[in-house]
Design a protein around this ligand. Structure first.
Ligand code: MG
Length: 226
């Protein structure tokens, strides 16, 4: 029985990859680069995005907001006059704890892809499932806030391994926490050697310029490897 279960899981991931490839084809055709933004709930993805998008000069960005329920995050992004679509996994997708390629595909017709240089997909807050499902993206970012503790890379290695960039957020809180930044960085390096790491505070704006530059360079990097 155990083998049957494993086979079903492998088939599901194969099916996801097929749809992710179709998304990839459509993104390339529209000339839009795509980044998958992942983290645990409450790490600060949306607040970082607000900070970055407020002055992402010269890059036409759009956002796909993934949440189980509600449109709070999409409303915040829309206030910046950035094209945004809210995708709720509760409606039609069984309340899934992640976005998969099929869900992303279902939302593409509501986005002006050909008018965008960069599409940011804010995944559902979760440190496990989003890492397993590619959606056709060019790059993956995971945000780990310092309030989550130093041990998370060792407990959720796939998430930290699946991304090119680890953003350590809420660093303005470091003076108030028993948090060892050096230990976190060593743990990140242990599971994803050489991963790019940035230290940010969406609250104070520290490190946000560096993140903005990294995001703004994704379209050029995607074109260079196409
Ligand atoms: Mg959010």
């Amino acid at each position: 029985m155990h083998r049957t279960k494993v086979k079903v899981a492998v088939d599901a991931l194969d099916a996801n990859q097929t749809i992710a490839n179709a998304n990839r084809h459509d993104f390339d055709h529209a000339g839009v680069a795509v980044v998958n933004l992942m983290s645990a709930p409450g790490a600060g993805k949306t607040t970082l995005l607000e900070r970055v998008l407020a002055s992402l000069d010269g890059v036409r960005a759009g956002v796909l907001e993934g949440d189980v329920q509600g449109s709070m995050d999409a409303d915040r992004i829309a206030a910046l006059h950035v094209p945004v679509v809210q995708l709720n996994t509760e409606s039609g997708f069984g309340g899934e704890c992640h976005l998969d390629a099929n869900m992303v595909r279902s939302a593409l017709e509501d986005l002006p892809l050909s008018e965008l240089d960069l599409l940011v997909i804010e995944n559902v807050g979760n440190l496990v499932c989003p890492a397993e499902f590619r959606v056709g993206e060019d790059a993956r970012i995971m945000v780990s806030s310092v309030t989550e503790g130093e041990d998370k890379p060792l407990k959720y290695p796939l998430m930290f391994r699946a991304c090119e960039l680890v953003v350590v957020n809420k660093i303005d809180l470091l003076p108030h926490l028993d948090f060892n930044l050096g230990r976190l960085l060593a743990n990140v390096d242990a599971v994803n050697p050489g991963a790019r790491v940035m230290l940010t505070s969406a609250r104070t704006g520290e490190g946000v310029d560096e993140l903005r530059e990294w995001l703004a360079s994704i379209p050029d990097r995607a074109r260079a490897t196409a």
